[in-house]
Write a protein that binds this ligand. Structure first.
Ligand code: CP
Length: 303
């Protein structure tokens, strides 16, 4: 039995198989519509979510399966003090696979260690968000044709943004990727990530100004400042509008640069960018359903 805690749990070759399956699902929806008939997905979300939870649920329904779960810790027995270890033992009696989001780093890993069904980390604190990374990689691969030889700018909250940490870890395994980290000094990417890049001899630079590097980018990965992970509101208010991507900034970007964002957005991408053909963040959401369908099939060994 396999779980998914980090995008690195799959080799690059295994990811390639997963992405091919996701693309086949996209092209041949009907072929997969009963693959999970009789199977149940449990979504155990101890933190708010729109995309991840609903795209998991949509993925399972598209596969002919059904869904149970909770979307708020306070409506589960966690509010009475139940541990994730006990909860997953209980969920294992009800469902065939579980997607879990938790504010504490490592909680889905603890659940996986006690589970008799596959557990998928759907985001743990500021740590990892592997299925967002699968979504991001599938989007890049589908829109560009491959995952190699490009410059990606990651902009915004690089300290607390778990999608950023997961994506950098995953992209480090592909050839010819250059990273540009764009953040205020307070929200810099953690040292363990830059150390890993240095150890592997991967090119990166850290800058404060988005305008300064805009014309170099093939992908711009915008992120929201993670209000829920700040220790004080004053710092959040000072930093929340540090970057706002607007039409003027898009005018200095390459004609084929693509803008990605894990969403939700707050103010960091102006809505007038949405009509730009280079804005790929809503397509990204659709790829998230295909890749989660492929992941459920793979972890349930139904391919
Ligand atoms: N991208 C993402 O994780 O969105 P949600 O928080 O809405 O699930």
């Amino acid at each position: 039995m396999r779980h998914l805690m980090s995008p690195l749990d799959f080799t690059v070759d295994e990811l390639e198989e997963l992405f091919k399956l996701a693309n086949d699902i996209e092209a041949n929806h009907e072929k997969y519509s009963e693959k999970c008939h009789g199977k149940k997905l449990a979504t155990c979300f101890y933190e708010p979510s729109t995309r991840t939870r609903l795209s998991f649920e949509s993925a399972m329904i598209n596969l002919g399966g059904s869904v149970i779960g909770f979307s708020d810790a306070n409506s589960s027995s966690a509010a009475k003090g139940e541990s994730v270890s006990d909860t997953i033992r209980v969920i294992s009696c009800f469902a065939d696979i579980c997607a879990m989001r938790h504010p504490k780093e490592g909680a889905p890993m603890v659940a996986a260690s006690k589970s008799s069904i596959p557990v998928i980390n759907a985001g743990d604190g500021g740590h990892q968000h592997p299925t967002q990374t699968l979504t991001d990689l599938l989007t890049i691969r589908s829109l560009r044709g491959n995952i190699k030889d490009f410059t990606i700018g990651l902009c915004g909250d690089l300290k607390f943004g778990r999608t950023v940490h997961s994506l950098i870890n995953a992209l480090m395994r592909y050839p010819g990727i250059k990273f540009i980290f764009i953040s205020p000094p307070e929200l810099k990417v953690p040292d363990y990530i830059t150390s890993a890049l240095e150890e592997k001899g991967i090119e990166y630079k850290e800058v404060i100004s988005l305008d300064e590097v805009m014309s170099e980018l093939d992908f711009l990965y915008m992120t929201r400042v993670q209000r829920e992970r700040f220790f004080n509101e004053e710092d959040y208010v000072r930093l929340k509008d540090f970057y706002i991507l607007n039409k003027d900034k898009m005018a200095i970007a390459k004609d084929d640069m693509l803008v990605l964002h894990p969403l939700p957005r707050v103010n960091e991408i102006s809505v007038d960018v949405d009509d730009d053909p280079r804005a790929a963040y809503f397509k990204q959401v659709q790829y998230g359903v295909y890749v989660r369908m492929a992941l459920i099939l793979t972890l349930l060994e139904l391919v």
